[in-house]
Design a protein around this ligand. Structure first.
Ligand code: ATP
Length: 258
């Protein structure tokens, strides 16, 4: 018996003009897993992520999270259900400190409503204090406390990846979608990132991650889902998919011949 699915995707479809980026995609993500989503360039991985996260609306198909339909919900509604995806730190936030980057994560906070500012200022101050406390806890967890006053733009590639993960943790997600966590990360920070993802999984969180670095996939992911031309081509452990001739063919087809 496999682990129960936390996320279930059925027949998902998305076209851009004449291009079927996601074309009948069906897969599920086991609860408590670190599931890898791999595939050659243009396979549709990023589009699939954006459909799950509510950044894009599907043309067809269904997405269920913990048994409830989430396809077609807006990103903030998907986030409220417990799914958060990492985004590159937007350029504007580069000029804010690491701590501020966490404090401005849009959470449903009473301070957001002007009505509360006028009628219950004390509550707003309390909310800000608790956001700050939470941000400091998250920074401690990802080992960025010492850099809390540094501008985000000054961080290294790996530190930015930690900050991206930290921003999702502000919302205490059930499931985290990680977009190429290994890209541009030096080996020592990579160890930190791998350890943190493992710890968060041990705390009960589920991960779905897009990654091109197969060493990182080998270390972290089980199962691994292979996408090709908008569909699921194969799934299993990395060892089984690596030696699967259909997968090898798909990857070779995607590599330009020099
Ligand atoms: N906004 C868009 N408008 C038009 N075409 C798009 C758009 N987004 C993606 N596509 C196309 O959809 C297909 C799938 O792209 P997608 O970025 O999802 O693939 P991917 O597997 O994430 O690729 P990579 O590994 O290179 O990031 C590609 O042919 C791409 O050119």
């Amino acid at each position: 018996m496999g682990r129960p699915a936390i996320l279930d995707v059925q027949g998902l479809e998305k076209s851009f003009g004449g291009i079927k980026a996601v074309d009948g995609l069906t897969f599920s993500v086991p609860q408590g897993s670190i599931t890898g989503l791999v595939g050659p360039n243009g396979a549709g991985k990023t589009t699939a992520f954006n459909l799950i996260a509510g950044v894009l609306k599907p043309d067809g198909g269904q997405i269920r999270f913990l048994g409830r339909r989430i396809d077609g919900l807006a990103a903030h509604q998907v986030a409220a259900q417990g799914i958060l995806r990492t985004f590159q730190i937007p350029r504007g936030l580069g000029q804010m400190t690491v701590l501020e980057n966490l404090m401005v994560v849009p959470l449903a906070q009473p301070g957001e409503s002007l009505w509360n500012v006028w009628t219950r200022p004390g509550r707003v101050v309390d909310a800000e204090r608790s956001i700050r406390r939470r941000a400091m806890e998250v920074l401690e967890f990802v080992h960025l406390t010492e850099l809390k006053d540094e501008l985000a733009a000054h961080l290294s590639g790996g530190q930015k990846k930690l900050l991206e993960l930290a921003r999702t943790l502000m919302g205490d997600p059930v499931m985290i979608l990680l977009d190429e966590p290994g890209a541009g990360v030096n080996p020592s920070l990579m160890r930190d990132l791998v350890r943190l993802i493992g710890e968060l999984r041990d705390q009960g969180k589920t991960f779905l991650l897009i990654e091109h670095d197969m060493d990182l996939v080998a270390e972290l992911c089980d199962p691994v889902l292979v996408m090709h031309q908008g569909r699921l081509l194969a799934q299993g452990t990395l060892e089984t998919i690596r030696t699967n001739p259909i997968v090898v063919e798909a990857y070779l087809g995607g590599v330009p011949t020099a």
